[in-house]
Design a protein around this ligand. Sequence first.
Ligand code: AMP
Length: 448
Amino acid sequence: MSFDVLGLSAELLRAVGEQGYTQPTPIQSKTIPAILAGKDIMACAQTGTGKTAGFTLPLLQRLGAKPAGKGRRPVRALVLTPTRELAAQVAESVETYGRHMPLSSTVVFGGVKINPQIDRLRRGVDILVATPGRLLDHVGQKTLDLSQIEILVLDEADRMLDMGFIHDIRRVLALLPGNSVRQNLLFSATFSDEIKQLAHRLLNQPELIEVARHNKTADRIRQIVYPVDKSRKRELLSHMIGSQNWQQVLVFTRTKHGANRLAQQLEHDGLVAAAIHGNKSQGARTRALAGFKSGKVKVLVATDIAARGLDIDQLPHVVNYELPNVSEDYIHRIGRTGRAGNEGEAISLVCVDEHKLLRDIERLLKREIPKTVLPGYDPDPSIKAEPIQNGRNNKQGHRTRQHTEGRHRRKPSAKTSGTGRGSGAKPVSKHARHQTGNSHAKPEHRRH
Ligand code: AMP
């Protein structure tokens, strides 16, 4: 199918052509006509499917069809995303696809100065991409009026709920004009009961769009597990990068401390590496990502949250240095490779402690991941499994709720009490620290 048949304007087709896209992805061929027809949609789309263009292109066309009046322009379309990185990337897409249209856009997120954002908003924008916290800061300071919103997009809605943003989302919804005059587009990789409830409140007779079966990993990603002892993972990783001459590899660790340590060790091994996680300043995160994209940084070591929303074209290798505690995160991680039709390889280095996590992941995927023992790296059978060290007393395989940067965090349950700033947080007891044995190894905090 070609883009021409979807009903997009000449300006948008030109921008799409300039990106080198020759045909729409499956999600785009479904969402574009539905959104152009003014329908609400509830789309289940994994990351890397081309969903951003899937909502951005028709959104631009609908706004362009009804140009704003003269003078100060009210914000007419709002895209909410869970993370700063995703917000920045969506905003870039809006700029790219809208470059031949007289519409203006900007992005607001936390962690950077608010005044330049206020200035930009004051000058008037048609399309605003935002993370929930900073958006509400602007509303609180009366630097933003959301009463003229015509189109609302919730991107990666499952992650937003996961990060504790449900109250912020409700507050934002209360500031918008009524459902009946607004077009609502909800994108989510998974559909929990919570998402369905939100969709029920938000969407008017939505068209349901699903392209990849729930939790199905893209077939073009080659997955492989290398069993290896924990103490030899770093050596094996350096060996793989060096011997196969990998130029760009994204490596996942479970904790921020682990990400820092691994990046430093790889540097000692002579590889240019950088770590990206929630404790890094926005500037450091942007620099690390820019270095990685340009090829200067070969190895980017990331935690799950920081990697969310990273869009790196043709990323060939993703390595799970440690398996995630939450099986769904495995799917998000490996979705960083094999994007938009490219081939990709997802490698997991799995030690004896992680066998249960691996089984959980395989259960979710409904298939086994092929395993290969590399000569010289055979696991020592005398090593016994130990509890996974997360720096808190969560059990293996259970999600550790980290909502410290969501404003209204869910109350931690007895099983999943968290630490950090904000209400409802209980400090980790000395006992728990002692049990897990590593007070530095804090899992990533959610940020917006
Ligand atoms: P997304 O799922 O929106 O994060 O998009 C994943 C990647 O696919 C991005 O790098 C886009 O630039 C790229 N992309 C989007 N649409 C197309 C298309 N029709 N053909 C080729 N690449 C695309």
